[in-house]
Ligand binder design. Structure first.
Ligand code: LMR
Ligand code: SF4
Length: 510
């Protein structure tokens, strides 16, 4: 009985974490929404994010298609069998994957094979601790790969772009944290939350930083200097003008939590764990006798449901409807800032596909087509047909070494992703007549809704997230952030935010 209930409790925790954004996070997103300037791309993105949060909740489907690297932190009373809990977690993980609540995300690092059930060497991560209380506490975070890639660790003293020397003191720490937000730009699906660990070694520093992500968004740090630093960072980081998705704007950072531990004399680390707006962490208390959930954490206060405005907030951008395949002329007409709505065919392609296409022919004719940087959650329905369950964009910069060459080689006209791409792609867009479209990162339900049918799939041997899915879409909305005239919003925002960062060079804390 205990075994079945603990497995059910773990399954419920996983599903709730993946599909229902915690109340404190919702409130932070609402306050960002209220502050954002109406009519901007950032305001539009926040509207989409809010809509997506509601959709995930209603459909009990993943908020973001990247359901991350499941990390459980468990406290047990003395005498509780930890092996049983671990086995229950593994079974719950498998079931949640089968039900489309988690994307199959466990990839063999040597062969690239996806295990298909989220289990693998070292995965999921489960860490146990004993405590004096008589109930079990289980915390779970589903932190996606895009924001994980924006984590950063500083070894003090160091030199920082825009801010100069960061020494081994509180002011040096301040500079590192501000810099961490700048370097993330929009790539970790801003507006984000950061957990910071001061001290430790490289691994315990990151652990401490991640532990901070379990704190409530509005709690107050018991250490006065750190409480002051948290407030300072939260305020100042929002002056960087990076904005939601890196589109520019008022909301860049929604939370900053800092922890401290001792270090050894030679090392002084500041470790920053960056979490996207899709800040999926939850915790439960479990009765150690019955295995049942007795309490859910982060449950205080009102649950914001993001009422949809009677009239959609009008964007001031030009809206262009496109039917794929797209001509070079249509592409050359697009400018940074335009909003496009694409209907017709679209192909997914991310890391494995880009690498593959460098040395191989494409399995389909990509001339005039659109490539979507996306690793969806896909299930087969009762008739054996594939259905897309979650499908937001992935971080595009990883394809920078390949993208320009592939566009030219196959005649691809548009790529959709998030976070922007670099100078090599920008040059190729200009030369070849291509465009980069920024989708709203994390809006996996919103985009799944635009995907009307899966018309085929190739290279499924790369695993579900990495395969080349043939999709039929309607009114798939994204923003032109790099055009065929040499303009890149990402390069502009990087430059302007670096200038703003350098205003915080002067000493603030002694
Ligand atoms: O893997 C993904 O689908 C997305 C990833 O979390 C990302 O932000 O790039
Ligand atoms: S796509 Fe964005 S929202 Fe989703 S896990 Fe990656 S960083 Fe987070």
């Amino acid at each position: 009985m205990y075994i079945e209930s603990i497995e059910k409790s773990m399954y419920d925790l996983i599903c709730e974490t993946s599909t229902n954004l915690p109340k404190d996070v919702r409130r932070a997103i609402l306050s960002a929404k209220e502050k954002e300037n109406k009519g901007t791309s950032s305001a539009m993105s926040l509207d989409t994010i809010a809509k997506n949060i509601n959709m995930a909740d209603e459909k009990l489907s993943p908020i973001c298609q990247d359901t991350g690297l499941p990390t459980f932190k468990i406290k047990t009373p003395v005498g509780v069998n930890q092996l049983e809990i671990k086995a229950a977690i593994n079974r719950a993980i498998e079931l949640a994957t089968e039900h489309g609540k988690l994307r199959p995300n466990a990839v063999d690092s040597l062969t690239g094979d996806n295990s298909g059930n989220n289990l693998g060497i070292g995965l999921p991560v489960v860490k146990f601790e004993q405590w004096e209380q008589d109930h079990i506490e289980v915390k779970l975070i589903l932190k996606g790969g895009g924001c994980e890639n924006k984590n950063i660790q500083y070894s003090l003293p160091t030199e920082l772009e825009g801010l100069g020397r960061a020494g081994r003191d509180l002011d040096g720490i301040r500079k590192c944290i501000l810099h961490s937000v700048y370097q993330a730009q929009g790539q970790g699906c801003s507006a984000g939350f950061i957990g910071v660990g001061i001290g430790g070694d490289r691994s315990s520093g990151y652990d401490l930083a991640k532990e901070q992500l379990f704190r409530d968004v509005t709690d107050v740090n018991p250490i006065p200097e750190l409480a002051q630093l948290e407030d300072y960072v939260l305020e100042k980081a929002n002056h960087l003008g990076i904005g939601t998705m890196g589109f520019g704007g008022e909301a860049t950072l929604l939370g900053c939590k800092i922890g401290v531990m001792h270090r050894i004399p030679a090392s002084f680390y500041v470790s920053v764990a960056y979490n996207c707006w899709a800040y999926r962490r939850m915790a439960v208390d479990i009765n150690a006798e019955t295995g049942e959930i007795t309490d859910w954490h982060y449950n205080e206060g009102e649950k914001i449901a993001f009422e949809q405005p009677a009239e959609e907030t009008k964007s001031t951008a030009r809206v262009v409807k496109l039917q794929a395949p797209i001509t070079e002329e249509e592409i050359r007409d697009l400018r940074v800032g335009d909003v496009v709505k694409i209907s017709g065919r679209m192909y997914t392609g991310r890391d494995a596909i880009h690498k593959h296409l460098m040395d191989n022919d494409a399995p389909v004719d990509l001339n005039g087509q659109v490539i979507y940087h996306c690793g969806p959650v896909v299930l087969k329905n009762e008739e054996g047909k594939y259905e897309i369950k979650a499908a937001g964009p992935t971080t595009s910069i990883r394809e920078e070494p390949y993208q320009g060459d592939i566009m030219k080689k196959f005649g691809i006209r548009a790529v959709i992703g998030k976070g922007g791409m670099g100078p090599k792609t920008l040059a190729a867009l200009q030369e070849h007549g291509g465009v980069y479209l920024n989708g709203i990162g994390g809006a996996a339900q919103y985009y799944a809704d635009c995907i009307k049918e899966v018309e085929g799939v190739d290279l499924l041997e790369f695993g579900i997230p990495e395969a080349l899915w043939h999709l039929r879409v309607e009114d798939f909305t994204a923003v032109v952030t790099m055009d065929s005239h040499g303009n890149s919003l990402h390069a502009d925002i990087d430059k302007s935010s670096l200038e703003k960062l350098s205003k915080f060079k002067e000493k603030v804390f002694n």
